[in-house]
Every structure is written in structure tokens, then in C-alpha cells.
Design a binder for this molecule. Structure first.
Ligand code: AMP
Length: 286
């Protein structure tokens, strides 16, 4: 029999299904997404299927994590395509609430993201992580998952959410899944659809440059020199603006990196109107 993923659009209907699962003793994994699904998202669904009996994939383009000048209006949407992919990936529920269901009239409570949100993305997108923390808190309360699967592609988001779950004693485990890439190294992203043919050719330089930074950081060369060279390298490759290239403590994301601790290289750069982010580990294959 062909697998069928059920689309649910109200909290009330969602609770009915999850309550049934709970009374049958089933565990639940949640994969939060904003849709326009690609292989990276589907790898998270596969990971979720290994972690729990039932898998809920949420599709919600969360307006509160976009600033007014950002790309909310043009963010890619393809619900029919997403549903077909999620049937194949054997998700059990596609949780796809409208904005009015998520933020009904009178909604006014928010979660303030913790210290992990302070800089990097937080410096360039000041309210972004408060929006992410608030919507994830709502998703966790709506779905009541035993675990939620997130991609390392959004490495700082993962750190912010770990802090959220720890600080607020939320009863779920966060699972991190590695970044899925194109053959040329470009991290899969829904935003790659914005790239022109020429920009798409330049884009893999981001991964190449941060991989090079990671190799140099492991040799003990001065970080300020390494990251300045990387910024120049990205400009030379054709990136129109570099927001940051940073070597950070892999757990705390602190800029003070102590010897023996694992490190992460994180970067954000623009190709015309498209902002790409990526990150790699220092000292291990990524
Ligand atoms: P998004 O739909 O972009 O908000 O992403 C939803 C989830 O998919 C987040 O946990 C992302 O980190 C994850 N994700 C996005 N791109 C990738 C990728 N290339 N590889 C693995 N996970 C990804």
C-alpha cells in the first residue's frame, strides 16, 4: 500500500492525532521546515524516521523571523511539490498551519533568544532568532515531539535552540544532522533558487574558502590573518559583500577559542541580492 502523509492545518486536528499516537505508546519526531524542500530537508526526515515511531514535518514560513527588508514575500513556495516529496519520504503528518492559525488575532507573547544569538547572524539579522525561538517553542508545544531534527547548515540556529531547550527545561531532545551539499560543495538551500546562472557558478567558492580556513586554523596560524584572507578570497571569487568569516568555539560560538576545544568556521556572504550562509568543522571531515 502506498504511504500517505496526512496534511493538517489546525492545532485542534493535530492534537487529536498526536493524542492517539501517545495513547498507543508511539514516540514522535518533528522536522521543522519552511518548505521548498530539497535533499537536505529529506535527509532530516530520514534521520527523524530512525529516531521515533512517527514523523511530523512542519511547513511554515515564519513571518516573525524575517525583517521588513528581507525576502519573506519572494521566499520560494511549492506546497504540492513538498507534499509529493514528503509522501515518498514517508512522513506521517505534514503540519502546515496558516499564519492566522499560528499567530491568531491578539497573539502577543514572544521568546527572547539567549546569548548564542548575540552576534554572527544576530548582528546582521537583529530579531531573527527571537522569531525562530518563538516559533520553535510553539511548534514544540503543538507537536509535543520526543525529538526534533535540525540541520547543521544553520549552525547558530542549532546553538540557539539547544540553549532554548536547556534554559526552559523543554522535554525533548535536539538531533543535529550534517549539511547536504551539491557535488561542487554548495550547501543545498531553498534560497539557491534565487541565484542567476553566473552567481550559481560563483557560489561553491563559499564552501571552498571556509574549508581552506578550517585547514589553516588547524595549523595554528593567526585567526585574524586567516579570516581576512578568506574575506578577500570571497570578494575575488565574485561575492559582492561578505558579512563575516569567523572561527568560533564549536559549542558556545564564543570568539575566545581555547586550545583543545573543537572549533567551527562560520560565514555569510552575498551574491547580488542573495545572502548565503555556510559552516564547517575545524579538524574533521565535514
Ligand atoms: P529551512 O526550511 O531552510 O528553514 O530549513 C529547515 C531545516 O532544514 C533546518 O533545520 C535547516 O538547518 C535544515 N537544512 C537546510 N538546508 C540543509 C542542508 N543543505 N543540509 C541539511 N539540512 C539542511
Amino acid at each position: 500500500m502506498k504511504h500517505s502523509a496526512k496534511v493538517i492545518r489546525t492545532v485542534r486536528d493535530l492534537r487529536q492525532v498526536t493524542a492517539g499516537w501517545r495513547s498507543d505508546g508511539k514516540t514522535i519526531a518533528l522536522v521543522p521546515t519552511m518548505g521548498a524542500l530539497h535533499r537536505g530537508h529529506l535527509a532530516l526526515v530520514e534521520r527523524a524516521r530512525k529516531s521515533a515511531d512517527k514523523v511530523v514535518v512542519s511547513i511554515f514560513i515564519n513571518p516573525t523571523q524575517f525583517a521588513p527588508h528581507e525576502d519573506l514575500a519572494r521566499y520560494p513556495r511549492d506546497e504540492a511539490g513538498d507534499l509529493a516529496k514528503l509522501q515518498d519520504a514517508q512522513a506521517d503528518i505534514v503540519w502546515s498551519p496558516g499564519v492566522d492559525e499560528m499567530y491568531p488575532a491578539g497573539f502577543s507573547t514572544g521568546v527572547k533568544a539567549g546569548s548564542a544569538a548575540a552576534d554572527l547572524e544576530g548582528a546582521f539579522r537583529p530579531h531573527h532568532f527571537d522569531g525562530v525561538a518563538t516559533v520553535c517553542c510553539k511548534l514544540f508545544n503543538q507537536v509535543t515531539p520526543d525529538c526534533a531534527v535540525f540541520g547543521e547548515k544553520d549552525y547558530q540556529q542549532l546553538a540557539v535552540l539547544r540553549q532554548l531547550v536547556d534554559d526552559l527545561n523543554m522535554p525533548l531532545t535536539l538531533v543535529a544532522a550534517p549539511t547536504v551539499r551539491e557535488r561542487d560543495g554548495l550547501a543545498l538551500s531553498s534560497r539557491n533558487a534565487y541565484l542567476s546562472e553566473r552567481e550559481r557558478q560563483i557560489a561553491p567558492a563559499l564552501y571552498a574558502v571556509i574549508t581552506d580556513v578550517a585547514a589553516k586554523a588547524a595549523t595554528g596560524a593567526p585567526f585574524t590573518v586567516i579570516t581576512a584572507d578568506a574575506t578577500a578570497g570571497l570578494a575575488e571569487a565574485g561575492f559582492t559583500k561578505v558579512d563575516y568569516v569567523e572561527i568560533r568555539d564549536a559549542q558556545t560560538l564564543s570568539a575566545s577559542v581555547s586550545p583543545g576545544k573543537s572549533m567551527r568556521v562560520l560565514a555569510a556572504a552575498w551574491l547580488g541580492k542573495t545572502r548565503l550562509i555556510d559552516n564547517v568543522a575545524v579538524g574533521t571531515q565535514d
